[in-house]
Design a protein around this ligand. Structure first.
Ligand SMILES: Nc1ncnc2c1ncn2[C@@H]1O[C@H](COP(=O)(O)OP(=O)(O)OP(=O)(O)O)[C@@H](O)[C@H]1O
Ligand SMILES: [Mg+2]
Length: 287
């Protein structure tokens, strides 16, 4: 099957998924319980939640790297539970291989899949300008800035040729200015290439700026507690004054769920303060 072919009502479905990890000489951990998520073709969805709620575990199962204890993963309506190779996946700690040039790094997937490497390199060369990496085809990863490395990693995910791209906190380690530029760039790329994106973040403003819909996860055990449609017009402008109230309302809705999930341990904690692990956006200057 051509992986960019669109079949079924949804690109990706996570259905009744639970995951229990067993541990040596310690009780097992129920990391996820009954996670449900339907992602439409071409949608941009964010998975938002505090550290440890199981976002990366959802991705590892959607990518077929680990098998759920219960539940199913469907891609284009086909059950692919436990099978790798149906989605493009940019891991949270996505390291470019230091001994391969950028061109060789972004075509790694093609090589692993046994595709024509020369053809893949030609295709990749045509994208370097679009990814702000022109002239760095033969550079080593160590010669790139943090933002450039992340763009190379996104390019590698796009060149997987899959319709669905799972991006796990791709901009988490970047400074606020670079991060804002990368968010705008990612929206352009998403619109230009028409892929389906599932994006993990713990930054509420980032999720609101980027997404069509946000699935808010809670922890202990991890599950989707709320889905919010982000019905803001596109193209989006960061800090757009005309949508400020609407964005604030969406944030309040999300925060109310997060506050309910995390009862404050500190008796002095107020309702205004989000729990540790979820950023409210002061860091990237959006509100
Ligand atoms: N292989 C494993 N064995 C045991 N426990 C695991 C394993 N992988 C993940 N966990 C546990 O599952 C829970 C969810 O982890 P996960 O990495 O998915 O969280 P996350 O939401 O991605 O967090 P972060 O925002 O910090 O990346 C955590 O409690 C973690 O310790
Ligand atoms: Mg994670």
């Amino acid at each position: 099957m051509n992986s960019t072919e669109r079949r079924g009502d949804f690109a990706l479905q996570v259905s009744g998924m639970s995951k229990q990890f067993s541990r040596r000489r310690r009780p097992p951990v129920l990391a996820l319980e009954n996670v449900n998520l339907n992602v439409g073709h071409g949608e941009f969805i964010s998975l938002l939640g505090p550290s440890g709620c199981g976002k990366s575990t959802v991705f590892n199962m959607a990518a077929g790297l680990i098998t759920p204890t219960q539940g199913r993963i469907l891609v284009n309506g086909e059950d692919v539970t436990g099978q790798a190779g149906h989605v493009g996946y940019m891991l949270q700690k996505d390291l470019l291989l230091p001994w391969r040039t950028i061109l060789k790094n972004v075509t790694l997937g093609a090589q692993l899949l046994g595709r024509d490497v020369k053809a893949a390199e030609e295709e990749a060369r045509g994208l370097f300008r679009r990814f702000g990496l022109e002239g760095f085809e033969d550079a080593w990863p160590s010669n790139l800035s943090g933002g450039m490395r992340q763009r190379a990693a996104v390019m590698r995910t796009l060149l997987s040729g899959r319709e669905i791209l799972l991006l796990d906190e791709p901009f988490g380690a970047l400074d606020a200015m670079t991060r804002g530029a990368m968010q705008a760039w990612l929206l352009d790329i998403w619109q230009e290439f028409g892929r389906t994106v599932v994006f993990v973040t713990h930054d509420i403003d980032e999720a609101v700026y980027l997404s069509d819909r946000i699935a808010v996860m809670g922890s202990r055990p991890g599950t989707v507690q709320l889905e919010v449609d982000v019905d803001l017009p596109r193209p989006r402008v960061p800090d757009d004054v005309s949508t400020a109230e609407h964005r604030a309302a969406i944030k309040r809705q999300i925060l109310s769920v997060i506050h309910n999930d995390e009862a404050p341990v500190d008796p002095l904690a107020t309702d205004e303060r989000p729990p540790a692990g979820v950023a409210t956006g002061a860091a990237n200057g959006r509100s």
